[in-house]
Write a protein that binds this ligand. Structure first.
Ligand SMILES: [Zn+2]
Length: 104
């Protein structure tokens, strides 16, 4: 399971962060996961689909599609019941999940 996490609807970044993603994951064609946003205060903004990039990375490492589950919950859009630093940088917490295999 990937997520819940901030999704591309809310993960807005400046060009320097966008460039880090492109450089770090250059083997994954991440420009497909980056959308052009508006300019704010003269700075070009970008929206990054980090979940899509994580999905591509898992596939590149050999995981099978049917073994990967993507959450469609954006933590910032749902900050009333999920923790989100970007949703509330003052009163935020952390989201934690525990996973285990059930034995016989
Ligand atoms: Zn969102």
């Amino acid at each position: 399971m990937i997520g819940p996490s901030i999704l591309s609807c809310c993960f807005e970044v400046d060009e320097d962060v966008k460039d880090l993603f492109v450089e770090t994951f250059e083997n994954l064609k991440v420009m497909e996961n980056i959308k052009l946003g508006n300019k704010k205060d003269g700075k070009q903004k970008y929206f990054i689909d980090t979940m899509g990039i994580n999905y591509k990375e898992m596939l590149s490492l050999g995981l099978q599609k049917e073994h990967i589950c993507l959450s469609s919950i954006c933590t910032k859009c749902n900050k009333d019941w999920m923790h989100s630093y970007r949703g509330d940088p003052i009163e935020n917490g952390r989201n934690i999940a525990f996973i285990c295999l059930k034995g016989d």
